[in-house]
Design a protein around this ligand. Structure first.
Ligand code: HEM
Ligand SMILES: *[C@@H]1O[C@H](CO)[C@@H](O)[C@H](O)[C@H]1NC(C)=O
Ligand SMILES: *[C@@H]1O[C@H](CO)[C@@H](O)[C@H](O)[C@H]1NC(C)=O
Ligand SMILES: *[C@@H]1O[C@H](CO)[C@@H](O)[C@H](O)[C@H]1NC(C)=O
Length: 325
């Protein structure tokens, strides 16, 4: 900690400077994230997170998918502020029981483990929101996807919104235009929505979210539908799992897009991206060029990580990611 203050550019100097510049140039934002945010205050933070994620993913590959999704469900609900991690209590209602989250989100124990290791190394310094953001990147890398630089300096909320979780997260029943507007509401273009949807190249979904597609829809590959029906009966088995990417569910690659071309999207919303509409051409591009998918995915996920972070003196650094200090 001592060496932290040996630099003249402490966070408080930096925010004072920023405030000064803000007063001079009205409209400029002081809410800046930076990739070296913890380089003096907690130099081991990034390596501790990477080791813990790598170990969790090697124990169970799906955990990489679960951690990536946690970051998404955090950021789309009032910004990347770790609100998704807060537990319900007798006098507090968080986001964990929202429709898209209940019996679905996982990975909380991995975040707890990381948080306790990082707290031991640097008490009260590294936010849960940053841990989630870095863990999502490390998960993608652990499953063979692209690497990127994570911007840091987010702080943690003291609130959560069940209602925003229920309204801002896209449902698997959405049409293409519904998907476009759900992402547009958060500032994302249709192209960015398609790139981010490529996250479904990893992970699993429950029978309850794709049953109606496999029994009722026409734009589904018939051999694919038949195989799925064996694991997802028309009634019962709601929690039975199937991979979102039927060919390589534990590799972060472009197979998701190749599957869509064969009408093998698992969710109704997945197949909407390749159903004769305006996004077909982008699916074709990603399907034939994984480097283009990776580049677009990285740009879009960095942008997602920048959704309304709490910075400066807003919010807090939670000691325990599950509750406010
Ligand atoms: C485009 C709109 C999206 C919809 C409608 C959607 C919906 C869903 C649904 C219904 C599931 C299965 C949940 C369950 O059955 O428990 C799921 C899983 C998943 N989603 Fe999405 N999602 C979308 C976008 C995204 C984005 C943008 C990301 C990441 C940036 C993402 C990452 C994931 C991952 C990794 C899984 C698998 C999680 C696991 O195995 O634990 N999704 N999604
Ligand atoms: C909520 O309840 C806990 C005990 O369960 C208590 O410590 C806390 O102060 C309460 N918070 C509020 C805002 O009432
Ligand atoms: C969440 O899931 C549990 C079952 O695990 C269920 O009892 C509860 O009613 C669900 N909550 C909501 C709000 O749907
Ligand atoms: C359905 O899947 C099979 C086997 O992968 C594939 O050969 C066929 O082209 C697919 N059908 C359609 C309509 O895409």
């Amino acid at each position: 900690m001592a060496s932290y203050y040996s630099s003249w550019l402490t966070p408080s100097t930096a925010s004072t400077l920023c405030l000064l510049l803000f007063l001079l140039f009205a409209g400029m934002s002081c809410a800046q994230l930076s990739s070296n945010f913890y380089s003096r205050s907690c130099p081991t933070a990034l390596s501790l997170i990477k080791s813990a994620v790598t170990s969790a993913v090697s124990k169970e590959a799906r955990m990489g998918a679960s951690l990536l999704r946690l970051h998404f469900h955090d950021c789309f609900v009032n910004g990347c502020d770790a609100s998704v991690l807060l537990d319900d209590t007798a006098n507090f209602t968080g986001e964990k029981t929202a429709g898209p989250n209940n019996n679905s989100l996982r990975g909380f124990e991995v975040i707890d483990t990381i948080k306790s290791q990082v707290e031991s190394a640097c008490p009260g310094v590294v936010s849960c929101a940053d841990i989630l953001t870095v863990a999502a990147r490390d998960s993608v890398v652990a499953l063979g996807g692209p690497n990127w630089n994570v911007l840091l300096g987010r702080r943690d909320s003291t609130t959560a919104s069940l209602n925003a979780a229920n309204t801002n997260l896209p449902a698997p029943t959405l049409s293409l235009s519904g998907l476009v507007s759900a992402f547009s509401n958060k500032g994302f273009s249709t192209n960015e929505m398609v790139a981010l949807s490529g996250s479904h190249t990893i992970g699993q979904a429950r029978c309850t979210v794709f049953r109606s597609r496999i029994y009722n829809e026409a734009n589904i590959n018939s051999s694919f539908a038949t195989a799925l029906k064996a694991k997802c009966p028309s009634s019962g088995g709601d929690n039975n799992l199937s991979p979102l990417d039927t060919t390589s569910p534990t590799s972060f690659d472009n197979a998701y897009f190749k599957n869509l071309q064969l009408q093998k999207g698992l969710l109704h919303s997945d197949q909407q991206l390749f159903n004769g509409g305006s996004t077909d051409s982008q699916v074709n591009t990603y399907s034939s060029n994984s480097a283009t998918f990776f580049t677009d995915f990285v740009n879009a996920i960095v942008k997602m990580g920048n959704l309304s972070p709490l910075t400066g003196t807003s919010g807090q650094i939670r000691t325990n990611c599950r509750k406010t200090n």
